[in-house]
Design a protein around this ligand. Sequence first.
Ligand code: EPZ
Length: 420
Amino acid sequence: MDKIVINGGKRLRGDVKISGSKNAALPILIATLLTDGKCVIDNVPELEDINTVVALLKHLGKKIKKEKNKITITANGKLQTDAPYKLVSKMRASVLVAGPLLARFKKAEIPLPGGCAIGIRPINIHLDGLAKLGAKYFVSGGNVKIFAKKLNGTKIILDFPSVGATENLLMTATIIKGKTVIKNAATEPEITDLANFLVKIGADIKGIGTKTLEINGVKKLKGWPDGYEIIPDRIETGTFIVASSLTLGNINISNAIFEHNESLIEKVKLAGAKILMLNGILRVVGPKKIKPVDAETQVYPGFATDLQPLWMALMSIASGKSVITETIFENRLQAVAEFLKMGADIKIKGNTAIVKGVKNLTGAKVVASDLRAAAALILAGLSAKGKTEITGLEYLDRGYENIVRKLEKLGADIKRVIDN
Ligand code: EPZ
């Protein structure tokens, strides 16, 4: 097992390039199940989750060629319609294969993904939407079996703008008969990226980027051999914005999309950071004194839930009290227990954390509970006095491409070593 060892207190300086978005790459790779045409996807980050989705596509019958950040998917005979437990349990985004397989073969069998550290993560909104399109489903032995005699477009109003449910239903609607209108759809940039890819391979989608998606089903979708470039990862961008803000840093972030991080940028400016977008480079200068700023997670374009633990790291050394409220997941304040080991002063009341900033955190041995908590603990370690050791890196490897190397290049004293 590995651990990350950080000697805190170094100011980050220099340049960092943001990798492709994990949460855009996953649905786009899965969307290739909708077509037998050859698809080339560029700017795919090298991550554990990407390896899992590649294994899943291979299991289902696709031929995959992976060259660093480029993945080529081609047909290789008939597709299977069942996703294996070991892959779905590793990555819940595997449930996104349900829609494409159902749309093409009128059946799909997916193990229920189960929960994770941040919540029980049900898929009722996915299944209710598929049922509206004409599917039937039942759960047996931990699997959900979905099937349909015929699927017809219709109006679907999502109870909650679920990112995954929007993606699953959007993909399904592209090749079934008739017009589907998805209301109260999620509008995260990753959904826009998926919709733009689907249009490239021949889908008829209107309202991209809005809460109402209108899809006219087409008979067949084609490939996209010219190469589709995945958008940059806005959560990685946010991670480096916070990293510079809490280390009195001065960094240049390239390949970031300013509007994908506007809510965070507003907040770090209120906290005292200087942020400037110049010739495509996002310059982030951290403040001498970090002002306390409240945050409440919302769906896009509100403050991203994935940045909530990172914000907590910043606020734990602010010059005053702030209130951080998590409204998207029911159990996403787990990083607090680890911040307390580092000397933070945080109290939890329900889904709200009351953070009283301390002068500085002190290094400690801490354990990550999920992907973004792992990132938040790294940031806390960068600013803490003394040595921090972080385990639970299997979560980190799922979602950040070379984050240790990127931070080292920015001057952090950070190493990844075997934890014996
Ligand atoms: C996506 O998860 C992201 N994952 C998450 O990122 C992100 O935190 C989340 O969207 C919210 O932005 C990927 O894109 C692979 P949801 P998803 O469906 O689609 C409830 C990361 O760190 N819900 O919008 O699962 C659900 O329990 C990960 O990269 C239902 O109740 O998110 C949650 O409370 C973590 N029923 C809320 O909605 C459903 O059928 C938001 O979930 C679906 C969701």
